[in-house]
Design a protein around this ligand. Structure first.
Ligand SMILES: *Cc1c(COP(=O)(O)O)cnc(C)c1O
Length: 221
């Protein structure tokens, strides 16, 4: 992808975020754009870095370990977010590489992350993932299990930044975003990681603090 394209795509997404934020009387700076670079090689990521984007997301620890160390070494100020499911045995690797983890969804993972953070002396921000549409195949804890998971995360001293969800595909995401926002409010949490290429403006209007945008920035995977 040429630099001009990367700049244009980034500008467009930023403008749309700013517009949606304005409609909700929010500041654009309240919304962090996470560029989801999964499946894309370093060559595809560099133009976006050159365009000024600094926050990126990956869904697999191993894939991220393959391409990011070199990019991180060359460009200061990058923040890496893990947005995909995490196995407990990869908790140490995830803590070492990522600045935020959006897929904390079960007690065993909370325990593993707590130990990994103690050992590493580094505490990436954590989002608790909620299975907001109660779908069998999706990651995330059940809505009913969230208060207990949050309590466990606090005991393990994970820095809980907020909640994350991936709503059911092919239906209006807005009610699911609104539900996640309500659950966050009920539990005294501020961060809301929600919204992807097809619905990030909606998510921003409903209160998203972090949107995870891949296709609209990188093109189709
Ligand atoms: C791939 C992915 C995204 C980005 O999806 P796009 O539709 O390409 O913007 C966001 N969140 C998660 C958890 C993902 O796996």
């Amino acid at each position: 992808m040429p630099l001009d394209d990367a700049q244009a795509r980034l500008r467009l997404v930023q403008d749309r975020i700013a517009h949606a934020a304005g409609l909700a009387n929010r500041k654009p700076s309240e919304v962090t754009l996470i560029a989801i670079s999964k499946t894309h090689e370093a060559e595809a990521i560099r133009p976006l870095l050159a365009a000024g984007q600094r926050v990126f997301g990956e869904n697999r620890v191993q894939e991220a370990q393959g391409k990011w160390p070199e990019l991180l070494a060359k460009t200061p100020g990058i923040a890496l977010h893990l947005v995909g499911q995490l196995q407990s045995n990869k908790a140490g690797d995830a803590v070492a590489l990522f600045d935020a983890i959006h897929s904390v969804d079960r007690p065993s993972l909370v325990t593993a992350l707590g130990h990994a953070m103690d050992k590493a002396g580094k505490r990436p921000a954590c989002f608790l993932q909620v299975n907001i549409g109660d779908e069998d195949q999706k990651g995330g804890c059940a809505v009913a299990a969230l208060p207990e998971l949050l309590a466990q995360a606090r005991i393990a001293t994970l820095p809980v930044a907020g909640l994350m969800c991936v709503p059911p595909a092919d239906v209006d995401a807005a009610p699911y975003f609104a539900l996640l926002a309500k659950i966050a409010r009920d539990n005294g949490l501020d961060g809301l990681s929600m919204g992807m290429s097809g619905d990030y403006e909606t998510a921003v209007m409903i209160g998203a603090t972090h949107v995870r945008v891949g296709t609209a920035l990188f093109g189709a995977r």
